[in-house]
Design a protein around this ligand. Structure first.
Ligand code: ADP
Length: 669
């Protein structure tokens, strides 16, 4: 095996590869950009080499710098992780040219699967079933549209160079085709430098079931069963599990055999994943093959008891596979939940920020956390906003699922919006418990998943009030000693009403503005209202000790953890978590004109294109500006019928969250 390897990646996957390497006595070299100088993967490695500025195009994607770093440090092999250069055939070739082992398949196999359309041709020849569609070379818009029209809608446009759901658009009718094609092409061009498309029949209720395969140089191949990755948003996986619920041995074997046929058709070596769509009648269709380790590989590791990175290292070092098909077995059930810095209430848009508080559940035989960040780290605009992967295992699905919700409820993150509450609420739905899975799961159960947030809000408001009262008392004692009259925590305006002391707190929670009125009805006992004269929502008392809030809400004792950062705080109780922000009182000098266009940047990013000319009249919901953040396109639409008077930014300009992008005039009624 190797003495020293370089990991050409960052974040959790770099850390995860290093853990196995260390266990096997292999020394590790990290590479890092300016943004990652203090990152966990850098401190975990035995050595680390700086490879350039923050943008991946100037660091993690520059093959020459990575190869130079490997040569400089004497690493014998390069593990590419996933993303970045992991499926770049030219990089695999460059490694070989420099006498470095690329820990992955031969360049020819990457190349064969690199184009979704070429891959389909190979699979068709190998007798692997395909989704009906067009994957030819003629890229004329009219040709593509004709195939779509002939096939019948809905169809799915996919970037042939695609991955990660980018450059993909559903089209529901012929008249939407052109706009969708343009958007998909643009996204694909900016993500992959290639805008070729294929058109597929869009299946309306499929499951995403994928098979993990492994092949060695000696000609052996095995499959390590399947993963169900049906729970997706924006065509990207959020919760994966293994084995796939309801898949019987006959289907499993048929899919496993088809996956191995796919791998053999391209002389595969190493770890690979063959993705299938599984239809309601158990027919399955090849979607694509990923020629690398997948993000969700840990669920396979949990049910097979194998370390796939160790297998990768052994195979890349020329050893035979450690096991044959008969020795592999499924044991129990595993889930992985991807914890992202994103806003589920705002179309899952990525968010950025500093992890001012981060506490993960304890790891055990049942709970595994794969992460690349620590408290205080930044989630920046430059890279994928995944904070961690939470992986759980138990003897069966029901028990594993309760491990999942338990562990999610123990996650404490603040400093940015995350999807933890969303994941918790999703995993708690009846439909998820019953494993009623398909790729439309989130849309289908949207109401149930999101409704629960409002229940959370009702339950958490009294706790939020108690926290603010306690915090205010603590601060006013501290302030009387230090004299900071401007602390955001002292924004409550107390007044006297018939001798009663009432304080009000103006908050933003769950996208709602709420004012809480706290009236002291007995020493340290308060009635909470949401309007000055309205009914009481609760009577609270308690105390705050460090980050623990001991509360009594209408006689119900609750212990909550509070994580605060600047003027925001998050409350975590046994089964829900919610972030609150304090709003400064409106002193009357702010612009009262409510005629904001609504065309503000929802996240930091780059303007991609302006969809209309300045001065154009537009209809409500017509596309006005297209921007991109973290390689995702986002279309900003007209809030009403009106006129686009002026654009404040041009394509290529960087904009911050909240930047006003357009001067917009609403049409007269
Ligand atoms: P990417 O490589 O960009 O991740 P995939 O081809 O793997 O794209 O597809 C991602 C997801 O999109 C799938 O998991 C599935 O949910 C959905 N999908 C892909 N093809 C189809 C199809 N023909 N019909 C319905 N859903 C599809």
């Amino acid at each position: 095996m190797f003495d020293k390897i370089l990991i050409a990646n960052r974040g959790e996957i770099a850390c995860r590869v290093m853990r196995t390497a260390r266990r096997l006595g292999i020394r590790t070299v990290a590479v890092y950009s300016d943004a990652d100088r203090h990152a966990l993967h850098v401190s975990m490695a035995d050595e680390a080499v700086h490879i350039g500025p923050a943008p991946a195009k100037e660091s993690y994607l520059v093959a020459e710098r990575i190869i130079a770093a490997a040569k400089k440090t004497g690493a014998g092999a390069i593990h590419p992780g996933y993303g970045f250069l992991s499926e770049n055939a030219a990089f695999a070739t460059a490694c070989a040219d420099n006498n470095l082992v690329f820990i992955g398949p031969p360049a020819s196999a990457i190349e064969a699967m690199g184009s979704k359309s070429a891959a389909k041709q190979i699979m068709e020849n190998a007798g692997v079933p395909l989704v009906p569609g067009y994957h030819g070379d003629d890229q004329n818009a009219a040709t593509l549209k004709k195939h779509a029209d002939d096939m019948g809608y809905p169809v799915l446009l996919k970037a042939t160079a695609g991955g990660g759901g980018k450059g993909m658009r559903q089209v529901w009718s012929s008249d939407q085709f052109e706009e969708a094609l343009e958007a998909a092409k643009r996204e694909s061009q900016s993500s992959f430098g290639d805008d070729r498309m294929l058109v597929e029949k869009y299946l309306t209720q499929p499951r995403h079931v994928e098979i993990q395969v492994f092949c060695d140089r000696q000609g052996n191949g095995v499959y390590l069963f399947e993963r169900d990755c049906s729970v997706q948003r924006r065509h990207q996986k959020v919760i994966e599990e293994a084995p796939a619920p309801g898949v019987n041995d006959t289907v499993r074997t048929a899919m496993g055999d088809a996956a191995l046929r796919a791998a053999r058709a391209i002389d595969y070596e190493g770890a690979g994943t063959v993705e299938f769509l599984l239809d309601t009648d158990d027919t399955f269709y090849f979607m694509e093959m990923n020629t690398r380790l997948q993000v969700e590989h840990p669920v396979t590791e949990m049910i097979t008891g194998q370390d796939l990175v160790e297998w990768q290292l052994r195979v890349a070092g020329g050893e035979a596979l450690p096991m044959n098909q008969n020795q592999l077995q499924i044991n129990g059930h595993a889930f992985e939940a991807r914890i992202y810095a994103e806003d589920p209430d705002n179309d899952f848009l990525p968010v950025t920020g500093t992890l001012s508080y981060l506490h993960a559940p304890d790891e055990s035989a049942h709970v595994r956390i794969d992460t690349g960040v620590l408290r205080g780290d930044e989630v920046s605009i430059y890279y994928d906003p995944m904070i961690a992967k939470l992986i759980v295992w138990d003897e069966n699905r029901t028990r594993a699922l309760s491990r999942l919700t338990q562990a999610l409820s123990e996650y404490r993150i603040s400093g940015m919006t995350t999807n933890v509450n969303f994941l918790y609420n999703l995993a708690s739905t009846n439909a998820f418990r019953q494993a009623e899975l398909d790729t439309g799961f989130i849309e289908k159960h949207n109401a149930e998943i999101f409704h629960r947030n409002e229940t959370d809000l009702e339950q958490l408001l009294p706790l939020a009030a108690l926290f603010l009262i306690q915090r205010r008392q603590q601060r006013s004692i501290a302030n009387s000693q230090s004299g900071d009259p401007y602390s955001p925590w002292d924004l409550a305006n107390g007044w006297n009403l018939c001798g009663a002391s009432i304080h009000d707190y103006h908050l933003l929670a769950n996208g709602n503005e709420v004012t809480l009125f706290a009236e002291e009805i007995a020493p340290d006992r308060y009635t909470i209202r949401t309007t000055p004269e309205g009914a009481s929502i609760a009577t609270v008392e308690g105390n705050l000790s460090g980050e623990i809030l001991h509360a009594d809400v209408d006689g119900h004792r609750i212990r909550a953890v509070v994580a605060e950062h600047d003027a925001t705080f998050s409350l975590f109780t046994q089964d829900s978590a919610l972030q609150f922000s304090l709003i400064e009182p409106d002193c009357g000098d702010a612009e009262t004109d409510a005629g904001g266009s609504g065309l503000t940047a929802p996240m930091p990013g780059t303007i991609v294109s302006l969809s209309v000319a300045p001065g154009s009249t537009v209809k409500k919901d017509q596309a006005v500006v297209i921007m991109e953040a973290m390689k995702m396109e986002h279309t900003l639409r007209a809030p009403s019928d009106g006129t686009v008077e002026e654009f404040y930014y041009q394509p290529g300009d960087l904009v911050d969250t909240g930047a006003e992008l357009v001067r917009f005039n609403t049409a007269e009624e």
